[in-house]
Design a protein around this ligand. Structure first.
Ligand SMILES: Nc1nc2c(c(=O)[nH]1)N[C@H]1C(S)=C(S)[C@@H](COP(=O)(O)OP(=O)(O)OC[C@H]3O[C@@H](n4cnc5c(=O)[nH]c(N)nc54)[C@H](O)[C@@H]3O)O[C@H]1N2
Ligand SMILES: Nc1nc2c(c(=O)[nH]1)N[C@H]1C(S)=C(S)[C@@H](COP(=O)(O)OP(=O)(O)OC[C@H]3O[C@@H](n4cnc5c(=O)[nH]c(N)nc54)[C@H](O)[C@@H]3O)O[C@H]1N2
Ligand SMILES: [Mo]
Length: 795
């Protein structure tokens, strides 16, 4: 059965395709930035914001978690950072009049791109769905079981006096909004029926308050975007080196002999990393990229900060290993065998003094098989031998990775094998060497440090309890996937999100949306409109908040917030723009008022003091979270401070064995049945996760549309998929449920054999809720087995 793509809004999805680019940045990046910035912000604001990004007295770029160097250009230029800023500092507004003109059923038919383009939300808004109605039709041909309630207590609030017709958001006062949340939360049978989701833009101060509130309320249900992101890295690193964070500073990249970039597309997602790679190369480093796709940024970088960059640019890659999706564990395992077989290649002293589990590991590694590895990776023998030469020539090796390694069933095993690889040659805890999981959201790492975690360490809870005189629950809470299951099964009834776009970012869209519609109350603290505002519980609140670029004044005092970057550096962020509307509250203020409304006078926590001055929050963080001693004084230092990291600082490994652990998991790689391809769901150049800035993916040659699927021409020939034809993607999973994403334009593209790629979130509908990584439970959104069915004519 062929079907058309969902007709969303005036934006026609009719992609044009050209050959992919071979270089990133350069003049087109500047031109593109200025165009988007000007459209969203006008000239004055463009100048005021873009000059303040990542400056010592400015705001932290809301784009990515890549660190800032100590030497800063007046405006360290980054196209996608600028787009993130423009998106937030936009002059467009979503007002109560907008909601009056657009019923939820209309908004539910719009694309995420259209919703985001409407601008900043200006006032708190309330939706009260009438009993038994589906507020908002499900777009995309989803099953008609959207609105189903527990049937027991919706609609009986006694406050339905404001003309609520179940299909319009209406303005609501902050006071009333908090009263509604308090009413719903206190009516729950157990605090564990509430979910508190956090997206990684949230500041340390807000995150700390939110987890404190949730635990004082009585639950560890603190799912966060990290569950879908670097959770596999955290799991693997905690077990092997004793801390779930990267072990390098920016300077280490500059000093490395060899940098391996595996499963990451920095040209789009961490553009400032290209400057670091360029600098490393200048100092003599070699770079290997491991990726099914030849990503432009890794091929050639035209640094817009240098005259040379504006013309020719610099080649970055020394070796491109075009690996099959999910082949990385096999690759690193074989490299480990080859290192073991090379006399003198192992750092014997490091292994003896600092590691555990070597015997078991070497037994497994020696059994690594060439044929199996070539099948798993799709590489040639010569590729791997060339990689080995570079590995053996390097005294200081760093492995960087992102979602290409973390979003597979066997991701944790894969990252553990990367750790084995680095341990073998002593590449942890010395300059120029180490693990470098490159984080996504600008403060996702900090949120975890602040205690946003459904499985908190007992020591953290002990410190929290002691400081606040509370008794935090000790049983684990739900992560993202388990939260969806709990909503689906009626075990969770209230969903509160600090940022993010839960229903669009999570897997199995139809299942997730139906689950969300079963909630009694859904609450989103947001800056911009998104899909999660229109797929709601019986009651829904949108609480608009200040963003990073906005000036935050409390009790007459200008506030700062703090963030932690991908390399464990903590620093201040200070917005400088007048807020998008006078009705906005800051995130810390929202949590503090919410806590007061819910916990009432029974709470001894000084929520009011916290709202008045965030320095009061930092004083408490300093007493609860290790590494933050003297927080307020140290964050006043320009550039901030580094958090301690045992393995990096002193080769101290706080694991169960007290050593760095080698591990020996069996090698796995995805199995692909005949006539199927393995699909990865990834980002285009014009998006920030579920926020779509535009419809182009410039480096990959795609223009004016997002429903494209990149397929190797030889695979396409075998499957009868002509370039320019349209196909439905159908994912195959053991539950036998048909998951279909209709109407994708086939693009013949130089990806690895057997693999395909298409954008997220359009393809999240294909990722089964049960398809997650072992131990980290991260959705396996980079290995979805799909078949193709012709979709008739182009839309
Ligand atoms: N502009 C912009 N910046 C962003 C984001 C954004 O959406 N837009 N998102 C932010 C967030 S939250 C995150 S987590 C990061 C994400 O940063 P990335 O991880 O770079 O993001 P993806 O687009 O998912 O790209 C995955 C990359 O891994 C490759 N890959 C996929 N599967 C495999 C595999 O099995 N093996 C190997 N070796 N490679 C593989 C893909 O081809 C692709 O190059 O970026 C952050 N920064
Ligand atoms: N198939 C597939 N699914 C994926 C991924 C994938 O690669 N493939 N990647 C996963 C990853 S790595 C991640 S991190 C998640 C992302 O999941 P999320 O973090 O939930 O999603 P975002 O799209 O980043 O959230 C965007 C929304 O955040 C709100 N927002 C923006 N700035 C602020 C702010 O300052 N404060 C507040 N309160 N709100 C703000 C805006 O309303 C905006 O619409 O998606 C995951 N999902
Ligand atoms: Mo992420």
């Amino acid at each position: 059965m062929a079907s058309k793509p969902p007709a969303g809004d005036p934006v026609q999805d009719a992609p044009q395709v050209r050959p992919p680019k071979r270089a990133a940045a350069g003049i087109p990046a500047i031109a593109h930035t200025l165009r988007i910035a000007h459209q969203q912000m006008g000239i004055g604001r463009t100048a005021r914001t873009l000059l303040k990004v990542n400056q010592k007295d400015g705001f932290d770029c809301p784009g990515c978690a890549w660190p800032e160097g100590d030497h800063r250009h007046t405006a360290e230029f980054c196209e996608n950072g600028a787009k993130a800023v423009a998106e937030e500092a936009t002059l467009r507004r979503v007002t109560p009049e907008f909601f009056a003109a657009h019923p939820v059923s209309d908004l539910a038919d719009r694309s995420g791109y259209w919703l985001g383009q409407q601008g900043r939300i200006t006032q708190p808004m309330l939706l009260e769905r009438a009993a038994g109605t589906a507020a908002g039709s499900l777009s995309g041909g989803s099953p008609p079981h959207g609105a189903r309630h527990d049937g027991d207590r919706h609609d009986d609030s006694g406050h339905d006096d404001s003309g609520h017709d179940g299909d319009h958001y209406r303005p609501v006062s902050w006071e009333r909004a908090f009263a509604i949340i308090a009413e719903e939360l206190t009516a729950l049978d157990s605090p564990d029926e509430a979910l508190f989701y956090t997206s990684g833009r949230t500041s340390n101060e807000t995150a700390f308050l939110l987890q404190l509130f949730a635990r004082e309320f009585g639950t560890n249900n603190l799912p966060d975007c990290s569950n879908m992101c670097h959770e596999s890295s955290g799991s693997a690193l905690n077990e092997t080196i004793g801390i779930g964070k990267g072990s390098v500073f920016l300077e280490d990249l500059h000093q490395a002999d060899l940098i391996i970039v595996a499963g990451q597309n920095p040209g789009t997602n961490h553009p400032r990393m290209l400057s670091a790679l360029e600098q490393a190369k200048k100092a003599g480093a070699k770079i290997i990229s491991v990726n099914p796709l030849p990503e432009a940024g890794l091929e050639r970088f035209k640094n817009p900060q240098t005259p040379r960059g504006l013309s020719k640019g610099a080649a970055l890659n020394d070796l491109f290993l075009q690996i099959r999706l999910g082949g990385d564990q096999a690759l690193f395992r074989l490299l480990n065998r080859l290192i073991l077989e090379t006399p003198g290649a192992v750092d014997e002293a490091f292994v003896r003094d600092h590691t555990h589990g070597y015997e078991e590991f070497t037994a497994a590694a020696r059994a690594a098989d060439w044929d199996e590895t070539l099948t798993a990776t799709g590489l040639e023998r010569a590729d791997i031998e060339q990689a080995l030469t570079l590995v053996l020539a390097s005294q200081r090796t760093i492995v960087c990775w992102a979602m290409g390694l973390t979003q597979h069933k066997h991701s944790v095993q894969t990252i553990r094998e990367v750790v084995n690889f680095l341990l073998l040659r002593g590449n942890i805890g010395r300059p120029g060497a180490g693990v470098c999981p490159v984080r996504g959201h600008s403060n996702v790492q900090g949120d975890r440090t602040m205690g946003i975690f459904e499985r908190p360490a007992p020591a953290f809870l002990d410190a929290l309890d002691k400081e606040f005189g509370i008794t935090s629950p000790r049983h684990h809470g739900y992560d993202v996937v388990r939260s969806i299951e709990a909503l689906r099964d009626g075990r969770a009834k209230v969903f509160i999100a600090m940022g993010g776009n839960f229903v669009a970012a999570t897997p199995d869209t139809h299942v997730t949306e139906a689950a969300m519609r079963r909630a009694r109350l859904t609450v989103h603290v947001s800056t911009k409109l998104n899909r999660s505002h229109v797929v709601t519980g019986t009651r829904a609140l949108i609480l608009p908040t200040l963003g990073r670029t906005d000036k935050d004044i409390q009790a007459g005092v200008r506030q700062i917030v703090t963030v932690e970057d991908s390399m464990g550096m903590v620093h201040a962020s200070r917005g400088n723009l007048p807020p998008a509307s006078p009705h906005l509250l800051s995130e810390p203020a929202i949590v503090a008022r919410l806590a007061r409304a819910v916990l009432g006078p029974g709470s001894a926590t000084p929520w009011e003091e916290f709202e008045k001055d965030y320095a009061n929050i930092r004083d408490r963080i300093a007493r609860v979270v290790p590494g933050f001693e003297d927080f307020n004084a140290r964050v006043a230092h320009p550039g901030g401070f580094a958090l301690p990291h045992g393995p990096r600082d002193e080769r101290r490994f706080p694991t169960a064995t007290g050593k760095a652990n080698f591990t020996a998991a069996p090698v796995e790689f995805p199995y692909l049945p005949e006539g199927r391809l393995l699909l990865q769901t990834l980002r285009s150049h014009d998006q920030y996760n579920t926020t779509i800035y535009g419809l182009d993916d410039r480096y990959r040659g795609i223009k004016g549309g997002r429903r494209v699927v990149l397929v190797n021409a030889q695979d396409a020939a075998g499957l009868g998929l002509a370039d320019g034809s349209y196909a439905d993607l159908i994912s195959e999973w053991k539950d036998g449920v048909e998951r279909r994403a209709p109407g994708f334009r086939v693009v013949h593209y130089p990806t690895a054999r057997g693999c395909a790629a298409a954008y997220y979130p359009e393809t999240n509908v294909l990722v089964p809720l049960g398809a997650t990584a072992d131990s980290s439970n991260t959705p396996a959104s980079k290995s979805v087995v799909v078949r193709f069915e012709p979709a008739g004519r182009a839309p």
